[in-house]
Design a protein around this ligand. Sequence first.
Ligand code: NAP
Length: 285
Amino acid sequence: MPHINASKPILITGCSSGIGLCTALGLKQRGYRVFATARKSEDVEKLSNQGLESFQLDLTDSNSINIAVDAVLYETQGELFSLFNNGAYGQPGAVEDLSRDVLREQFETNLFGTHELTNRVIPVMRNQGYGRIIQNSSILGLVALPYRGAYNASKFAMEGLTDTLRLELNNSGVYVSLIEPGPIESQFRANAFAMFKQNIDREHSAHRDYYAGVEKRLSKKGHAQPFTLPPEAVLKKVIHALESPRPKTRYYVTTPTYIASVLRRSLPTSLLDKILLKASAAENK
Ligand SMILES: NC(=O)c1ccc[n+]([C@@H]2O[C@H](COP(=O)([O-])OP(=O)(O)OC[C@H]3O[C@@H](n4cnc5c(N)ncnc54)[C@H](OP(=O)(O)O)[C@@H]3O)[C@@H](O)[C@H]2O)c1
């Protein structure tokens, strides 16, 4: 594919590890002007040491979002070609074990912060008459799995908000794409395990017997799930969403996502539930 938009500025969230880091480095190598943000200052320093322009951006903090956007727009004289909303975490735990605060925190990062950031850049893109907003959703924005309720809800909400936004930006020159990765190598599982230990009261849960399996899965090193792909598989789709004259509305990544997207449209819910319960039992045994 030709590098039609190389050297254009792109802002990425959550670049300390995994997909964000891989995408930041890959796009820089391709010639983009990458603003790789991270929420911790030590990660901002690491990113700068890797030759990336980097700013602190914590999605739970409006002030941090505003300062980062102002800094990026100052550097680019007000231009922003693309925003890759990537930063997020998974809060594991059964729905009945999620307190209101824990569920809210999941939404503060995965949805509300992302939404606030997006709303900061939309006027810039509207004025330019062009722009690409890319949302890193998930296979778990398409189908649900047990013990992933908070994350499922945040990604389902992202899907709904994004579908609406795409309709509202019709003919504005601003394209909105969703990426739907299945299992990808990153720090995601390790970070989710930390949130599980921090926020879920295992001992007093009706699900405590199942949680042993959940903990085993979350603490596994390497590939915990079959069909896991490296983050470069997401980078490839991001490049298409940036450079195609007609970016897709949804990009599926990994075999499980392709399967899930077909099953959710073709099966009755009761049958889909049976398949999802089997898949969950297999991964948490
Ligand atoms: N890995 C998978 O299997 C998979 C599958 C489907 C979708 N995804 C999606 O892919 C995206 C990237 O995840 P990943 O797999 O690369 O996992 P990761 O290695 O854990 O990276 C997640 C990134 O999000 C950042 N983040 C967390 N809370 C944040 C906050 N409040 N403000 C700003 N950044 C924050 C993390 O920063 P810290 O290092 O500071 O925590 C980290 O940089 C996420 O949207 C995730 O939902 C991943």
